[in-house]
Design a protein around this ligand. Structure first.
Ligand code: ADP
Length: 491
């Protein structure tokens, strides 16, 4: 296929190679792959397809740069991160355009993602200078206990396609702040925003070899040797639970530290004392942000029987007012899904629920829509055995299930292998506290449908993952504790 002429400025100046040791290169075998615009199927760009040999070169570069990068002052690392924050905001429009084109989300959402990504660099610029150890006098008086924090070493960072800029920022920011070097593997569907970010980091003064970027269609082939090398000391992965489990096994071979942000199956619980205006807006955010293509997206709405009809009516009115189309067009609030398999999966899940007795309150049929678009959809009377209650939907489909009893809804909400986030809509303070304690999740949205915040610890329990990103904990994932036993002075 040919490229779509004419290229907008951001694409014409974007690197299309691999970044290894400060140089943009072709893949060793010269291979390239196409990046497809999900809104129209056109080729946006052709990118170097990294091989395992390229990965070895990236690993060598990261290993060679580790000692000198770890030896820089935290002020100098913070200065680079702060510059990146500023440039991301200066270039917000073109980066938002890039995200919309390669990933599909509407421009307004993409602008929000650029802001979110920039905020990670600001936050970790501020965290870099607050890396602290501890001091204590040994209780038996035999000396002092000193602990210092040290970077874990070269890190492997792997990101998904749904927030192509922000997921990279959430990992690169703390890794650099901590003094770690990086081998970064973006998702093959959306490598362009990562390439733009890497270019910005270079221009901000990042030394050669500190960040190495490997776009590739051969993830499995390339990643396993890195994890088994003994050189990578930390893996930070965001993606599916299925792939996360494979990587955990591989990481075990060299006892690599891991942070894993995996899948979710978020319950959204609306009690009959909830403020319905707030609950509906929160549900719109929790379901429709990123077209439902987020691990934090609600996958199951449990609505108290007494208000279910009213809630569904208002929720449907809001979703019916969300036009689907090319995310770059004015007024579009729902962009295309990422690719054909994603669309097929959403269609299969909806058909399965309907076949088992669910009723369509809104949408439910993509036949009139072009490409990978799927309309905002609400299903009611969803039976417990419908596959979409136990499968991550990753699309704009909201299954509504009614409940009466609080204990019963807790049991149902927790009956999943995942535990990323749960949303609770209530005005009763006692109930809010009981529910926040009872849900087996890493994050709770209380009368809000959005939990993501750079200053908050993002992460899950159970099969939703290990570790936290963002907040004060985010940088800890990239630091070791070293204990130094200091002998008491000679008497
Ligand atoms: P999704 O289904 O959202 O694409 P994946 O878990 O498949 O989620 O992908 C998340 C990231 O993991 C992507 O960067 C992808 O290329 C990468 N990935 C997929 N399979 C493997 C694998 N076997 N080894 C290493 N990385 C992988």
């Amino acid at each position: 296929m040919t490229l779509t002429p004419p290229l907008p400025p951001v694409l014409s100046t974007l690197p299309t190679g691999l970044l290894v040791d400060g140089e943009w290169r072709d893949a060793t075998d010269g291979g390239r792959f196409d990046v497809i615009d999900p809104a129209n199927g056109r080729v946006l760009s052709s990118i170097a397809d990294a091989t395992p040999d390229d990965a070895q070169a990236a690993l060598d570069a990261a290993a060679a740069a580790q000692r000198s990068w770890a030896g820089t002052t935290s002020y100098s690392r913070a200065d680079i991160l702060r510059r990146v924050y500023e440039v991301l905001l200066e270039r917000r429009e073109e980066l938002a355009w890039l995200i919309t084109r390669e990933m599909g989300k509407p421009l307004a959402d993409a602008r929000g993602e650029v802001q979110y990504a920039a905020n990670f660099f600001r936050w970790f610029a501020e965290e870099a200078v607050r890396i602290r150890g501890t001091h204590a006098v040994a209780p038996d008086g035999r000396g002092q206990i000193l602990t210092v924090r040290e970077p874990v070493g070269p890190c492997l960072l792997i990101t998904p396609w749904n927030f192509p800029l922000a997921m990279g920022a959430r990992k690169i920011g703390p890794a650099l702040a901590a003094g770690c070097t990086i081998v970064f593997k973006p998702a093959p569907q959306t490598p362009l925003s990562t390439l733009a970010l890497a270019q910005i980091l270079q221009e901000a003064g990042l030394p050669d070899g500190v960040l190495n970027v490997l776009p590739t269609t051969r993830a499995a082939e390339l990643v396993e040797p890195l994890l088994r090398s003994g050189v990578i000391r930390k893996l930070s992965f965001t993606g599916s639970t299925h792939v996360g489990k494979i990587l955990l096994e591989q990481a075990a071979s060299a006892v690599v530290r891991t942070s894993m942000e995996l899948g979710g199956n978020a319950p959204f619980i609306v009690f009959d004392d909830a403020d319905l205006d707030i609950a509906v807006e929160a549900a719109v955010a929790a379901k429709m942000r990123n077209m439902g293509e987020a691990c934090t997206a609600t996958n199951r709405l449990y609505v108290h029987e007494g208000i279910a009809a009213e809630f569904t009516r208002r929720f449907a009115a809001r979703l019916a007012d969300m036009p689907a189309g090319d995310g770059e067009e004015e007024g579009i609030l729902v962009g295309p899904l990422i690719d054909a398999p994603s669309l097929a999966k959403v269609e299969r899940l909806v058909a399965d629920a309907i076949a088992k007795g669910a009723r369509v309150a809104l949408g439910g049929n993509a036949d009139d829509l072009a490409g990978y678009l799927y309309p905002p959809t609400i299903l009611t009377h969803v039976p417990v055995d419908a596959d979409l209650l136990t499968t991550e939907i990753f699309g704009p489909v909201a299954p509504i299930v009614t409940f009466v009893d609080e204990n019963d809804v807790v049991t149902r909400a927790n009956a999943t292998e995942w535990g990323l986030v749960g949303y609770i809509m209530t005005r009763d303070l006692d109930r809010a506290q009981r529910m926040a304690g009872a849900l087996d999740v890493g994050m709770v949205g209380l009368n809000t449908g959005i939990v993501s915040d750079v200053a908050a610890p993002f992460g899950g329990v159970k099969e939703s993952g290990l570790g936290r990103e963002g907040g004060h904990l985010g940088i800890d994932e990239f630091l070791n504790h070293k204990y130094i036993s200091v002998a008491a002075p000679k008497a």
